[in-house]
Design a protein around this ligand. Sequence first.
Ligand SMILES: [Zn+2]
Length: 126
Amino acid sequence: MVRRSSTADATVPAPDLDEVRTALQARADDLRSRIGVMAAAPERGSTLSFGKRIGDGTLEAVGRLTEVGVGASLELEEARVSRALEKLDDGTYGLCDACGRPIAPKRLRAMPESVLCLEDAAKLRR
Ligand SMILES: [Zn+2]
């Protein structure tokens, strides 16, 4: 009979920093190129379907709102990834930006761009 450790959570090793850096760098590049494409998108889409039906303008406005939302969340994610990369350079990676306590390795593995511990991230969301 094999005994399984019930403390597996506590024994998750800290992530390899070189791997984290490579992954975060790739993520940041990807996010930046996507943000760049959106920022460069032409603003004259409105002339295409102008005056056809009343509904068109509304649909377009909704589409635009969604696009802005996506852009904002990409920028937010890019900011988080950049901050995590900064922390790698500082040597503070893995420590919470708010309280300075270590972030659980399990959380870092799931979300390598984490710069806040679980408690502070939850506070921020409220
Ligand atoms: Zn914290």
